[in-house]
Design a protein around this ligand. Structure first.
Ligand SMILES: Cc1ncc(COP(=O)(O)O)c(C=O)c1O
Length: 426
């Protein structure tokens, strides 16, 4: 095993935090540079015509790779060192066989879904999901002959199991198949948890030749606090724009899973051209070195704020992963090791009171994203979820007094001072 792919030291398995500093990068291939250079190039020069032929045979699936053979560098839409090193490092956190990176979270989601389902097949998803994902599912996939249905994340595990079994049976009765079960957990912005292990059991119980793939968007808690592949998911997806990028300065996505499913997604990425550029991949490599520090600190800040917000007279409720009911607590205990740092509050009053608080905030910035070093606040009902019908908002409990907070790594007492002065207005 070459040194840059070492995952153990003697009998000791190295931790992801340690592997983020160098795993997958061989300085000897880059003049000894301790950091990965940016391979800002569109194409790569073959040493010989025979090399070009061999590389394309593997890239186009004309032959299997030899056991120790690496795919030679061809063209940056197909492969590039920055993307490959980033993919090696990302797969460490989720203990995945293979990872692929994309130009955005939505590129990861849409490319994966296109690879996994065909006209005449079905997709079932847990709602609410990220707005762009719901748009893809509800408006774009039906135009391509894919039938999409949803099950409310707050309907509970039994409802989820039944929805999976029913969708699969109905699809088979029509001569089709349920191709994908898609779960986003915790759900945005209510932090409702979906039981990943129960969903994995339900997809495996589906009769028929090819069971559905279980796909989990792990943007909110991953990769530190939730590991869907270890709970039976086939694919884990990320908006790397959020915690992994972590500085609100790039847009990217990722997906991870086993070799067979990833080969299908890799083929689709090459043809759709949804990979990131080398510079973005390099920024992500840098971000990964501090990922655990940022996620641990922002979570500690969030925990302090949550305990104080729960006592605040201006706050009706705090919506935290695993906090809603006994069933939710049990799911959280089984599948998560932390609450992350994105949660919501219901302030006393309605939209006017929520807006008064948002407009008074000085440190929390008013913006729709999450997972950055700086704290953000948003009003889901009038922004990210404004295209929901009144009925859908009521079903998903997205009320007008709901404010979503993404807590960063600032001094927590400064953040509390900001929230306290804003909440004092209502
Ligand atoms: C849970 C979740 N998934 C996917 C996405 C889409 O990611 P991107 O904006 O990187 O395309 C987002 C964006 O907010 C998100 O919150």
């Amino acid at each position: 095993m070459s040194r840059h792919k070492l995952r153990t030291l003697g009998a000791r398995a190295l931790s992801p935090e340690t592997l983020m500093m160098g795993y997958g990068y061989d300085p000897a291939l880059s003049e000894g540079s301790i950091k990965t250079p940016i391979f800002q190039t569109s194409t790569f020069v073959f040493r010989s015509a025979e090399d070009g032929k061999r590389f394309f045979e593997v890239a186009y699936g004309l032959r299997e790779k030899e056991p120790e053979e690496a795919l030679g560098l061809i063209y940056s839409r197909i492969n590039n060192p920055n993307l490959e090193i980033l993919e090696d490092r990302l797969s460490v956190w989720d203990r995945a066989e293979r990872a692929l990176v994309f130009s955005s979270g939505m590129a990861a989601i849409s490319t994966s879904i296109l690879a996994l389902c065909r006209p005449g097949e079905r997709v079932l998803y847990s709602a609410p999901a990220y707005g762009g994902t719901e748009y893809l599912f509800d408006r774009i996939l039906p135009r391509m002959g894919v039938r999409v249905e949803s099950v409310a994340a707050n309907a509970g595990t039994e409802a989820l199991r039944m929805a999976i079994a029913r969708a699969s049976d109905e699809a088979r009765a029509e001569g089709g198949r349920l191709a994908v079960v898609y779960v986003e957990t915790p759900a945005n912005p209510t932090n409702e948890m979906v039981d990943i292990r129960a969903a994995a059991e339900a997809v495996r119980a589906c009769a028929g030749e090819a069971r559905p793939a279980l796909v989990v968007d792990n943007t909110f808690l991953g990769p530190l606090w939730q590991r869907p592949l270890q709970l039976g998911a086939d694919l884990v997806l990320y908006s790397l724009t959020k915690y992994v990028g972590g500085h609100s300065d790039l847009i990217a996505g990722g997906c991870m899973g086993g070799g067979e499913i990833m080969a299908r997604i890799g083929e689709m990425r090459t043809i759709c051209g949804t990979m990131p550029d080398p510079h973005t991949a390099w920024m992500l490599l840098r971000s990964l070195e501090t990922l655990h520090l940022r996620m641990e600190r922002s979570q500690a800040n969030a925990e302090t704020l949550i305990s104080r917000l729960r006592e605040h007279p201006g706050v009706e409720g705090v919506l935290v992963a695993g906090g809603a009911s006994e069933e939710q607590k049990a799911i959280f205990a089984r599948q998560c090791s932390g609450i992350g740092s994105t949660f919501s509050i219901r302030v006393r009053g309605g939209e006017a009171e929520a807006f008064a608080v948002l407009n008074a905030l000085r440190l929390f910035k008013l913006a729709v994203s999450l997972g950055g070093t700086e704290s953000l606040a948003s009003h889901p009902s009038s922004t990210t979820h404004s295209d929901y019908s009144a009925e859908a908002k009521a079903r998903c409990a997205i009320s007008e007094n709901l404010i979503r907070l993404s807590v960063g790594v600032e001094n927590v007492e400064d953040l509390w001072a900001d929230l306290s002065q804003a909440l004092a207005l209502i």
